[in-house]
Design a binder for this molecule. Structure first.
Ligand SMILES: [Fe+2]
Ligand SMILES: [Fe+2]
Length: 238
């Protein structure tokens, strides 16, 4: 059994949320993220493969895209939307998606294909899109601030940037999930894929500590609750 399967750590479980956590809260009030969105339970983390690791990180990105969409919808509805609705998810994108998840892809996944000249066109586009995404996030972090957001022009730019970000990342991550990651087993041996999983785990702990992934999910949950889009049943057609 690997260290990973033996390791015990605290996992935030959304399943145990009590009714109190659903109480109305101010829209993105400036309060620290609650660990609280849930109680902490000690649970064993199962050993997961490198592709599964990357795919669940895509799940985090998808939830962030939904937060951006909610912000856009509220602007379109004429609501008074504070800049934090965009700035806070953009901070998570910078830290978790761009500076962590995409770095793993750029340093470990893409080179495996590049070395064997496999899926070259796809990998080249994916690399370019990471750079394009970083430029969009730069814009969001710069413009979704109280100083800038009062300008109509800046607010419009935030809307355009967010739309472009969502439009690019849905197909980007879907292509990775359905084409690139499944093909990983064709360019690396099972042993090499397994070793990648260990390297990813090491990097995650280095950057985010023991509960890295779950803490990031907790931060996303906090933002969803503040926007009142946490309840999954809200998305079921009536
Ligand atoms: Fe990517
Ligand atoms: Fe990715």
């Amino acid at each position: 059994m690997s260290n990973r399967s033996r390791r015990q750590f605290l996992v935030t479980s959304a399943a145990v949320l009590g009714p109190a956590s659903m109480a109305a809260r101010p829209l993105l009030a400036d309060e620290p993220p609650t660990k609280a969105s849930a109680e902490n339970h000690e649970t064993a983390e199962p050993e997961i493969s490198a592709p599964e690791d990357l795919m669940r990180e895509h799940g985090v990105l998808n939830r962030i895209l939904l937060i951006y969409e909610e912000g856009l919808q509220r602007i379109h509805a004429g609501d008074d939307v504070p800049p934090d609705v965009f700035h806070k998810p953009a901070e998570l994108v910078r830290r978790f998606v761009e500076d962590y998840h995409e770095k793993l892809e750029e340093q470990f996944i893409f080179p495996a294909f590049e070395k064997q000249k496999k899926l070259s066109d796809l990998v080249s586009v994916l690399r370019q899109q990471h750079q394009a995404g970083r430029r969009l996030t730069d814009d969001l972090l710069r413009l979704a601030t109280p100083m800038e957001f009062v300008r109509l022009e800046a607010k419009q730019k935030v809307v355009d940037v967010c739309q472009a970000f969502i439009r690019m990342y849905r197909p980007h991550e879907a292509r990775e999930d359905t084409v690139l990651f499944p093909a990983l087993y064709g360019v690396l041996s099972d042993k090499e894929v397994k070793e990648l999983g260990e390297q990813f785990e090491g990097r995650e702990h280095e950057l985010f500590g023991e509960g890295g992934f779950q803490e990031t999910v907790g931060k996303v949950v906090d933002l969803e609750k503040q926007l009142k889009i946490f309840e999954l049943s809200r998305f079921t057609p009536k």
